[in-house]
Write a protein that binds this ligand. Structure first.
Ligand code: GTB
Length: 217
């Protein structure tokens, strides 16, 4: 059964794949699962039809027959459980990969998000100039720790996994900030993720929506 996901009708990032449908698209591309996309305006996301699928009125959602999911991490996990390719078979390696999924979303993403929200919504506040360095220091702490752990490895725990997929999408939120520059191994890690054919297919698909040229057929 072909799953349907939701995404922004017009993404505020102008197609740079920073919204969270990108994680889901990338996961589906990695496992070779075709999917359909239902595009939503900001007002449609808050209407009752969508709120039945997503209690917080956000994207992405995932529908597959009777199953309806929200939360990008849970959706990626579901895809990884249903298909080979995103989680190792070995039980211990699988548990470690899942640990990295949680680390990406619960430990690395929050300070990156706090900084992103401040730069987007709080730059005109009187306290912004004082607060930004504090937020950036918190991001640097996590980047330093992650950089040390990654070392010169290609991926966080041997083979590419859903943990790397989520971590790369989280780190991409720093694109243009200059914060990754101090950590060449993390910049290379993100570039390695972005070079994967599945990433490129997912990127192109969401960019086509923004550009108004969704692929046909
Ligand atoms: N924890 C949830 C998940 O992981 O699925 C968070 C979902 C979420 O934040 N969705 C956002 C949303 O629907 C889109 S991704 N926002 C609308 C709303 O809350 O009303 C966040 C996002 C949006 C835009 C950019 N951008 O343009 O750069 C980046 C990220």
């Amino acid at each position: 059964m072909t799953p349907t996901i939701t995404a922004f009708e017009r993404s505020p990032d102008r197609g740079r794949a920073l919204a969270r449908d990108m994680r889901v698209r990338w996961a589906l591309e990695e496992v070779g699962q075709p999917y359909e996309v239902r595009l939503l305006s900001f007002s449609e996301m808050k209407e009752s039809a969508h709120l039945k699928l997503h209690p917080f009125g956000q994207i992405p959602t995932y529908e597959e027959g009777d199953l309806a999911l929200f939360e990008s991490g849970a959706i990626v996990f579901h895809i990884a459980e249903q298909h080979a390719g995103l989680l190792p078979e070995d039980a211990s390696a699988r548990a470690r990969a899942i640990t990295w999924m949680f680390a990406a979303l619960n430990t690395v993403e929050p300070p990156i998000l706090d900084r992103g929200i401040a730069t987007l919504l709080e730059h005109d506040k009187t306290w912004y100039e004082e607060r930004l360095p504090i937020l950036e220091d918190r991001v640097r702490v996590r980047l330093g720790e992650l950089s040390t752990r990654l070392g010169d490895a290609d991926w966080l725990d041997d083979a590419f996994s859903a943990g790397d997929l989520l971590m790369v999408t989280v780190l991409r939120r720093l694109n243009g900030s200059g914060l990754l520059d101090r950590y060449p191994n993390l910049s290379a890690y993100v570039a390695r993720g972005e070079a994967r054919p599945a990433f490129k297919r997912a990127f192109d698909a969401q960019l086509a929506v923004f550009a108004g040229t969704p692929p046909t057929g």
